[in-house]
Design a protein around this ligand. Structure first.
Ligand code: SF4
Length: 263
């Protein structure tokens, strides 16, 4: 379901946020993968997780003041905390946010019944778009049969699903990782899942450590860097950090009102 945006135009007087249209949550840095291209580096088990009710409340407040088009959850592996993901997207649906999206590696359980149940819970919460990370890097440590099980469960729920490979250098480059990724994608041909553009790996975290030989003169830029003077996406960290504040300790609208770019 995607209704009308329910924002009423009452928003903090902050010119640096006047084009805000997206909310992101890094649900957790914990992950079931150990990818050598991961821009975040290593993923220690445990660590902070954003409070589900506070996160959902932040969605309602921000989407009540700004025309938010997308709420996205990712990680780490966000579905290690599927209940939190569901609460966030249910709040987004309640506020009429049209795109309610998850990026996942599809590996949060080995139990088919649990995978099916989680896919149903995501659909019930209003998740309507899933980007599934599949490529040579993810499948070095993440079992493909379980990812396929998740893909089938999601497809059965009529959630839009896209395969989202990471490419090294560019999608056309002939290197062992890209070639393996093409093989893995071909292994999904029986499921008829569209393949998205994916993303080009940039030198950060593990990628900088393990794949530096592939970054020559034209180094790909980090596509996730925001202009601090024109913030279009507010991103929450697992510990509740957002902009200059923390939603576990402050009201999110006060954080937005008081945000100033660092000169
Ligand atoms: S790239 Fe994604 S799946 Fe792989 S370790 Fe990093 S967060 Fe986990």
């Amino acid at each position: 379901m995607s209704g009308e945006l329910l924002y009423d135009g009452v928003r903090p007087d902050n010119p640096h946020l006047s084009n805000l249209s997206k909310i992101e949550f890094v649900i957790t840095y914990a992950c079931t993968g150990r990818c050598i291209h991961c821009s975040e580096g290593d993923h220690p088990a445990g660590g902070a997780n954003i409070d589900a009710d506070i996160a959902a409340d932040a969605v309602r407040k921000i989407a009540g003041a700004y025309p938010i088009k997308t709420v996205m959850t990712f990680g780490g592996e966000p579905l290690l905390h599927a209940d939190t993901v569901c609460k966030i997207h249910a709040a987004a649906r309640e506020m009429g946010v049209p795109r309610r999206q998850i990026i996942t590696n599809g590996y949060f359980s080995k139990v088919p019944a649990c995978i099916t149940e989680t896919a149903a819970a995501l659909a019930a919460a209003g998740v309507n778009h899933i980007l599934l990370s599949v490529d040579a890097f993810h499948q070095a440590t993440i079992p493909l049969d379980i990812v396929r099980c998740f893909a089938k469960a999601v497809t059965a729920q009529d959630i839009v699903l896209r395969l989202q490979p990471a490419w090294l250098v560019n999608a056309a480059d002939d290197n062992p990782y890209n070639n393996r990724t093409r093989q893995i994608l071909a292994g999904f041909s029986d499921m008829d899942i569209p393949v998205g553009d994916g993303n080009i790996i940039f030198p950060s975290g593990n990628a900088k450590r393990y794949l530096s030989e592939y970054f020559g003169d034209s180094v790909p830029e980090n596509p996730y860097i925001e202009d601090p003077y024109d913030v279009r996406c507010v991103s929450f960290d697992p510990d509740g950090g957002v902009l200059d504040g923390n939603v576990h300790r402050q009201d999110v609208m006060d954080i937005l009102a008081n945000y100033r770019p660092i000169r």
